[in-house]
Design a protein around this ligand. Structure first.
Ligand code: ADP
Ligand code: MG
Length: 463
């Protein structure tokens, strides 16, 4: 046997991953995505065949390839890399020329396909997050116009601008569109980062005695874009630092844009002076899109991807996926991947079948466990699968227990039913988790405010 024959690890990895997905009630997802062929293996490389570049990019961006590589490492003790070859439309014999076909793959998805409208790529910005790809509807036209005005007249139109709204409604997209446009038109020094990275970098600079460098970097920006400032709650020292950065930039008429998942007035443990700075300029909100906008977004995405899907199917998605644009996009992507896989058009029936998990999520008049899990997972930066999965590390356990606690409070499900919804756990586990959170709440005011915020968001999500 060829020493590089990794087929055996490959088979085992797939079978274990499938088991995990099954436990989490996600076998459908597994069957859709993990359907590519093992072609051959070479030194620390496995070459697989996928139906299209789109499919490949999705596999990467959805983390499936990471997951597989991770599993392969666990099983074989070797860092095996997965490379791709795109199956040609006509099934030719397997003449694989890896150097020509298997492109080095770690490029972000879609970006390459969409970037035509942005000539210059800013290293921290996604080229496809621009104004041209953003669909304007009732829910976002004010925010869109404000963002355009700012991009064209940074530091002059409104300063700062704060865009707020729930997850997946386009805050990051709009913020980066401002960055992309200004970067291309004015060539200014644009810095984009999340509040979390700002915090981490600041802490790092304290640890390495480089706070001056840190201060200079941010106080010299022409446009400073900080995403998800709700992360700054409780981060007293970072707030202080941002306060001074804010003042320096504001005094020299430099543009600042922030995003937040709720109105600033609802942020907890934020210094009054920083709060008043955030509120100083223009605060605009993004709402979930209505039916027409949802439809227009789907059509836009198809146009960008140069893909076709039946109008009736588009209707079906637009009618059923109401929560936010991210879910809307995800449903579409799933269907496109499916069509590419089976090589035929999606019928209404297939769409219904493929998307039934997504569709059934928001039960009418009732809060769905799915929504609770999604929002809690999102808040703690975990994947939905992790939250429901088997991992027992602390960073997953606590959020999972919190999600169970909230589900117990907000829904009518029994502990047995809840256990089933949380990756097939026993009802005693659910009871134990609720008890534990109950105990923690008695002594932890921060947890209690986090919990309140989560509950609010979950109730919002339902509306
Ligand atoms: P948020 O930062 O509010 O959580 P994002 O900006 O990440 O949301 O948006 C989620 C996804 O939805 C992104 O892929 C984004 O491109 C897309 N999106 C959101 N709003 C729109 C819109 N109005 N038109 C087109 N795409 C949108
Ligand atoms: Mg965002």
């Amino acid at each position: 046997m060829d020493i590089w024959n990794y087929n055996i690890f490959w088979q085992e990895a797939l079978s274990q991953i499938r088991e995990d997905y099954k436990t989490n009630g996600k076998e459908q997802e597994f069957l859709l995505w993990f359907t590519f062929d093992f072609l051959e293996s070479r030194d620390k490389i496995i070459l697989v065949a996928v139906p299209s570049a789109f499919f490949r990019d999705q596999l990467i961006s959805r983390g499936y390839i990471n997951l597989l590589e991770h599993k392969l490492f666990e099983l074989s003790g070797t860092q095996i890399k997965i490379e791709f070859t795109i199956k040609s439309k006509v099934e030719s014999s397997h003449t694989v020329n890896p150097s020509a076909e298997a492109s080095p793959v770690h490029t972000p998805p879609l970006q390459a396909e969409i970037s035509s409208s942005v000539q210059k790529n800013h290293p921290q910005l996604r080229a496809d997050y621009n104004f041209k790809t953003f669909v304007i509807g009732d829910n976002n036209s004010f925010a869109y116009n404000a963002a355009c005005a700012v991009a064209k007249n940074p530091g002059k139109a409104y300063n700062p601008v704060l865009i707020y709204g729930g997850v997946g409604l386009g805050k990051t997209h709009l913020m980066q569109a401002i960055g992309n446009l200004s970067y291309n038109e004015n060539n200014s020094n644009i810095i984009y980062l999340t509040a979390e990275n700002f915090t981490n970098e600041f802490i790092q600079s304290i640890n390495t005695n480089t706070t001056n460098k840190f201060k200079n970097k941010y106080r010299n920006a022409d446009i400073l874009l900080i995403d998800d400032i709700h992360f700054l709650q409780n981060k007293t020292e970072t707030q202080e630092e941002l306060f001074h950065t804010f003042n320096a930039l504001y005094d020299s008429y430099k543009q600042m844009v922030f995003t937040c998942d709720r109105p600033v007035s609802e942020l907890k443990n934020l210094s009054d002076r920083l709060r008043s700075r955030f509120e100083r300029g223009l605060n605009v909100d993004l709402q979930p899109p209505k039916y027409e906008t949802r439809r227009a977004i789907l059509e836009k995405k198809l146009e960008i991807l140069d893909k076709h899907i039946d109008s009736a199917v588009i209707d079906l998605i637009a009618e059923n996926v109401v929560s936010n644009v991210r879910d809307l996009e995800a449903s579409l992507t799933k269907l496109i991947a499916y069509t590419e896989l089976v090589g035929k058009n999606v019928t209404l029936e297939i769409a219904q079948q493929q998307l039934k998990d997504t569709f059934s999520a928001p039960k009418q008049g009732n809060i769905s466990i799915d929504a609770i899990q999604k929002i809690v997972a999102d808040h703690y930066n975990l994947s939905f699968t992790d939250l429901k999965g088997k991992k027992r590390t602390k960073n997953v356990m606590l959020p999972r227990q919190i999600a169970m606690y909230i589900a117990r409070e907000l829904t009518e499900y029994s502990t047995t039913e809840l256990g089933a919804e949380f990756g097939g756990r026993d009802h005693t586990t659910v009871m134990h988790s609720c008890q534990k959170i109950d105990d923690l709440l008695k002594s932890d005011p921060v947890l209690s405010s986090t919990l309140n915020a989560l509950v609010n968001r979950i109730k919002e999500y339902k509306k």
